[in-house]
Design a protein around this ligand. Structure first.
Ligand SMILES: *Cc1c(COP(=O)(O)O)cnc(C)c1O
Length: 370
């Protein structure tokens, strides 16, 4: 969308994504570093992001859905594309024709994939062991079924055993070690051919839990996009996304008045209210009403009143007029507005802020230098 047609600018720094990838990869001497680009690379645009990462040397990508895998395959003919949500019914043939690697999450999926590979030739898969998050993955009962009928595995090619942690962002949570122990226990129950494969459990946060979590393959998502993988410490990642809204109008307040739907904010003193052209339809979460803040230069200004569909109102009383007039830009995410901090204000996490970003922006990509 042309800049003058849009209410807000979204700038995505591909150089920062590449720098973040290199920083994460450098956390291990031995593990390979993949990139998770599901949900349109966390809202930042899978095509641009994956292309930049592939140029920077990333050879393995994770998506959630076969549809995402298909889009990525059109773009990157040679990389490994792994589908986290498993072998989805009806899409099996597509995994083979597009060379998508399913993350097999159940006994049924394993049997189905082995059958297909016997008929159409081998193709890699990953096995997901369920170790404590209870979303997807093989449980002990699945492994028992496998062991009862090893013939069903004929033709199966597995590249990695993987699992996913529930509490990796809480460094000292006992569940982290408990999940590693469960991973080892389940692994030991697998038939010989499968129990010595390379392993992967680390999302962004788990990369910072040490080598026993990094294993052979790391799978960061949010940290690539600037989210803080170590919430208790200063964010080691470079910011990636900057969202700036335009001031549409400024109101001088010279008598008591209320602002926005529901009349939830009352101006008592004289002051100035600016209306900014971004709203919940753009992913500026409604929970930020009367709670959020924006940045204008070095200044921080409060969101006052409710977030509307296409607008927010901010109190610019304390800001120099030349910085807060019609057409001035206001930082909503990035600049002086930290992604994790504003997400917290919204009652959510950086992941949801980014994946909520809307389509009515003027999007601009700063290219990475390679
Ligand atoms: C989304 C996801 C990741 C990436 O997680 P981040 O916390 O964003 O680093 C890794 N592994 C699995 C299985 C996922 O679903």
């Amino acid at each position: 969308m042309d800049p003058y047609l849009a209410g807000a600018y979204l700038t995505i720094d591909l150089g920062a994504i590449v720098a973040n990838y290199k920083y994460l990869a450098a956390q291990s001497q031995t593990a390979e570093c993949a990139a998770v680009v599901k949900a349109d690379a966390y809202g930042l645009g899978m095509e641009k992001v994956a292309t930049a990462l592939a140029k920077a040397g990333c050879r393995r990508f994770f998506v959630a859905l076969p549809a995402e895998g298909l889009t990525l395959r059109r773009l990157l003919p040679d990389v490994s594309i792994n589908v986290l949500n498993g072998l989805m019914p009806g899409a099996e043939a597509l995994y083979l024709s597009e060379r998508l690697t399913p993350v097999l999450n159940s006994y049924e999926e394993i049997v189905k994939w082995a059958e297909l590979c016997r008929a159409r030739g081998p193709h890699p898969s990953m096995l997901h062991l369920e170790t404590g998050i209870h979303r997807l993955g093989l449980q002990q009962s699945d492994i028992e079924k496998i062991n009862r009928d090893l013939g069903a595995l004929d033709g199966l090619e597995v590249t990695y055993l993987m699992s996913h942690l529930a509490c990796a962002d809480i460094e000292d949570h006992t569940k982290n070690q408990a999940q590693l122990d469960e991973f080892e226990r389940l692994k030991a129950m697998l038939p010989d051919a499968l129990s010595h494969l390379p392993c992967s459990v680390a999302n962004s946060s788990a990369i910072f839990l040490g080598p026993e979590f990094q294993m052979d393959l790391m799978r960061p998502g949010i940290a690539l996009y600037g989210g803080n993988p170590v919430p208790k410490l200063k964010n080691p990642m470079q910011p990636v996304a900057r969202l700036q809204g335009k001031i549409l109008q400024v109101h001088d307040v010279d008598r008591e008045m209320t602002v926005g739907y529901g009349a939830t904010h009352r101006m008592i003193e004289n002051g100035r209210i600016a209306t900014v052209s971004v709203g919940y339809a753009d992913g500026y979460l409604r929970s930020l009403g009367n709670t959020g803040f924006c940045g204008i230069g070095e200044f921080r200004v409060p969101v006052v009143g409710r977030v509307s569909m296409d607008m927010i109102t901010i109190d610019v009383t304390a800001i120099p007029q030349e910085l807060s007039q019609r057409g001035s830009l206001v930082d909503l995410i990035g600049g002086s507005v930290d992604l994790d901090e504003i997400a917290k204000k919204a009652g959510t996490i950086s992941y949801e802020m980014l994946t909520s970003l809307g389509s009515r922006y003027n999007r601009h990509y700063e290219e990475a230098e390679n």
